[in-house]
Write a protein that binds this ligand. Structure first.
Ligand code: C2E
Ligand code: CA
Ligand code: CA
Ligand code: CA
Length: 278
């Protein structure tokens, strides 16, 4: 309510205090969480659309907080971004993800790639490239099996630095994908000038592909455009078998979603690997 005068002021202050108290508490819990090993990576398979064969897995962070239970990334990544804690957390994610990919290679006898989400604050940290290279080096994973997922929003935000960092990562052989494709302001020209390998079609388009003619047209157009630019396409949020038929028919390279598997903890992913791989 938009009251004026003293009464609303008196009402407003305690609310603000409460909000900032919550944030401070969350922040200090998050700081502790790294030391206490409370973060965990879940993994979701990314498969070839035509055969269903495993290609790689996306690492998705979870926070097992003793006081709050399992906390999903949407609830803490934004605050981690604001406070800068995303930089050490992101480094942990990179290290962990690269080491796990090496472990999957042992289990399957073939190469399984890993995709890692990168936040804007992390990406703009001057040490970002070094942190990525260090994770590859300490795990022994070759650059081509690491894919960094960068949102369209980040790419469109600041150009010169972004271009340089992307170029550097690309030259190191790391794969780069555009996450949530189609949800940004979509000035498509960046696709031409930046060294991306992959477009991930946002799940909001994929989910209604059988219900909405417009979404079907958009997905079809994105696949064709990506292919003519030499990019691979991943459809995310695939939940139903009928969607896989559509995506196969349209030549979408890779798929990811609950239809194949939800994101699962490490042990469950390894089990999935053992049973689905051969
Ligand atoms: P995202 O990168 O777009 O990740 C995909 C999200 O969609 C994941 O949510 C995943 O669980 C969910 N998903 C996968 N398949 C399906 C499906 O078939 N249907 C539906 N409805 N959803 C599906 P999650 O794990 O809650 O992650 C949310 C977001 O948090 C991610 O969105 C990503 O932006 C961010 N995030 C996750 N892990 C990290 C991380 O390690 N670092 C950073 N910076 N961000 C992360
Ligand atoms: Ca992602
Ligand atoms: Ca590249
Ligand atoms: Ca996404």
């Amino acid at each position: 309510a938009k009251h004026k005068g003293k009464s609303s002021y008196a009402h407003f202050v305690p609310e603000m205090t409460e909000v900032s108290h919550d944030r401070l508490q969350m922040e200090s819990r998050m700081r502790r969480a790294l030391d206490q090993n409370e973060f965990e990576l879940y993994f979701q398979p990314i498969v070839q659309t035509d055969t269903g064969a495993l290609s790689s897995a996306e690492a998705l962070i979870r926070w097992n907080s003793p006081s709050m239970g399992m906390v999903m990334p949407d609830r803490f990544i934004p605050l981690a971004e604001e406070t800068g804690l995303i930089i050490p957390i992101g480094e942990w994610v990179l290290q962990e993800a690269c080491h796990k990919a090496m472990k999957w290679r042992e289990i399957t006898g073939t190469n399984v790639g890993v995709s890692v989400n990168v936040s804007p604050r992390q990406f703009r940290d001057p040490n970002f490239s070094d942190i990525v290279l260090k994770a590859l080096e300490s795990s022994g994973l070759e650059a081509e099996y690491l894919e960094l997922e960068i949102t369209e929003r980040l790419i469109l935000d600041n150009t010169i630095e972004t271009a340089e960092i992307l170029k550097h990562l690309d030259q190191a052989g790391i794969r780069l994908s555009v996450d949530d494709f189609g949800t940004g302001y979509s000035a498509l020209s960046y696709l031409k000038s930046y060294p991306f390998d992959t477009l991930k079609i946002d799940k909001s388009f994929v989910q209604d592909v059988l219900k909405e003619q417009d979404d079907a047209s958009l997905v079809r157009a994105i696949i064709n455009m990506a292919h003519s630019l030499g990019l691979r396409v991943i459809a995310e949020g695939v939940e139903e078998e009928a969607q896989t038929h559509f995506l196969q028919h349209e030549g979408c390279d890779y798929s990811q979603g609950y239809f194949y598997s939800r994101p699962v903890p490490e042990e469950a992913f390894e089990k999935w690997l053992r049973t689905n791989h051969r």
